[in-house]
Design a protein around this ligand. Structure first.
Ligand SMILES: [Zn+2]
Ligand SMILES: [Zn+2]
Length: 412
């Protein structure tokens, strides 16, 4: 096993570094794992041989989600042998969305907007990666984009087709890092266009399109997925300048529509668009947004975008018709960004008004000094209370008036 490294000076010019004979540049928006696989194949080696034996990086790479938090040592090795600086390599990872889609990508566990890969040994239980067959067709060297890992990116911004996650021939999740496993021979760099299991040419996957009836929300969503890194999002008067609160609220919208209390919302949205929106089967009701297929995600994202298009009017009207109240937002309600919390608190809060002790006593004194009997119905009318709460308020007043000596009317 032999590889002829080229020697050259490092950036300071003081030391000699060994550069791989072939070190393809990362393509625009290429994700780290795609580039790493191309790097090995371009140099004519299978992945394990290339990284463990030739570059001497023995730690595990492919049985984890390398695109989330790659080890610093791995980036150092890649940097040394390709001349790419580690900071550039960091931009190929999903951490590049820190401060835009999330505050900081969590080290472990599910992350909002990131498609989980469900790694089990080297196999992946979930797709995690998507592809657009037309983009792959048009690539001179096929490669996988960083934003194809996002649940937000359910359709191709260039070709408007629904993103694909599985080989249409054998239904296996896309896993280009598995090319050549168990084989010692070299894999061509072009192999990324093929299914690793059955060899189907993924460029021949028939594109699927969604016939969405509302043109404006379609355009708006297209603009969001195309330019969100540049700040393209809109939720009306309170649109935040930073992406994190916008995408937190946007994620809440798709989650509550698809959530266990969202049945009526789904029904009404389904009627509006003439298609099913979200999952309504009892067994699949708790599926997280990131675990839905691209087609289901796209419909939910477009429905949420349609609500944002005339924010908050459509949302308020929909919630009112569906009898969807603040409490129905359940676990999400205390963690909403201001632009959404503001609307939810003002328009969806149907909790009964419960006056405090001071307000009840003040109301009792008011009735008393106006020579009106203090009764549950009088308190109910004065404070706008329900019958039960007015009864409780009246009992409190009774206790208070018994404990305080009554002054004759007109005394000071
Ligand atoms: Zn495309
Ligand atoms: Zn296949």
């Amino acid at each position: 096993m032999w590889l002829c490294f080229a020697e050259r000076s490092n950036s300071s010019g003081r030391a000699r570094v060994r550069i791989l004979p072939l070190h393809p540049q990362p393509q625009p928006d290429e994700i780290l794992s795609s580039w790493m696989v191309r790097l090995a194949f371009a140099n004519g080696f299978p992945l394990h041989t290339f990284y463990a034996n030739l570059l001497g990086y023995k730690a595990p790479i492919w049985n984890r989600d390398t695109d989330r938090h790659p080890a610093t040592a791995l980036l150092d090795v890649l940097s040394r042998c390709t001349g790419q600086i580690p900071a550039t390599l960091q931009t190929l990872t999903l951490g590049a969305y820190d401060g835009i889609l999330f505050e900081q990508l969590p080290l472990i566990g599910n992350a909002s907007w990131v498609l989980p890969v469900g790694v089990f040994h080297r196999t992946r239980r979930r797709a995690g990666m998507q592809f657009c067959p037309i983009c792959l067709q048009l690539d001179i060297t096929p490669y996988y984009r960083r934003h194809w890992r996002l649940a937000l990116y359910a359709m191709c911004e260039h070709h408007q087709c629904v993103m694909q996650e599985y080989c249409p021939s054998c239904n296996t999740p896309v896993a280009y890092h598995r090319h050549g496993i168990g084989r010692r021979k070299a894999i061509p760099e072009q192999a990324l266009r093929l299914c690793h299991l059955c060899g189907f040419d993924l460029r021949r996957t028939r594109p699927v399109y969604l016939d969405w009836p509302d043109g404006y929300s379609w355009l708006l969503f297209g603009a969001t997925i195309s330019f969100f890194e540049q700040g393209a999002w809109d939720c009306g008067r309170l649109t935040p300048a930073c992406g994190v609160p916008f995408f937190q609220g946007f994620h809440t919208l798709v989650t509550v529509i698809n959530g266990r209390h969202g049945h009526q919302l789904r029904q009404l949205l389904g009627k509006t668009f003439g298609m099913t929106i979200g999952t309504d089967h009892p067994a699949s009701r708790h599926i997280e947004f990131e675990n839905l297929n691209a087609f289901e995600r796209l419909k939910l994202l477009l429905a949420a975008t349609w609500l944002l298009d005339d924010w908050p009017n459509r949302f308020i009207a929909l919630c009112s018709e569906a009898k969807f109240t603040r409490s129905r937002m359940a676990e999400n309600v205390h963690n909403l960004p201001f632009w959404l919390a503001n609307v939810v608190d003002e328009y969806l809060d149907c909790r009964p008004y419960i006056p405090n002790e001071h307000e009840i006593i003040a109301a009792g004194h008011y009735l008393d000094t106006h020579e009106q009997p203090v009764s549950p119905s009088a308190l109910s009318q004065l404070l706008g209370l329900s019958r039960d709460i007015a009864d409780a308020a009246w009992r409190l007043w009774q206790r208070h008036s018994c404990s305080v000596p009554k002054k004759p009317h007109g005394s000071i």
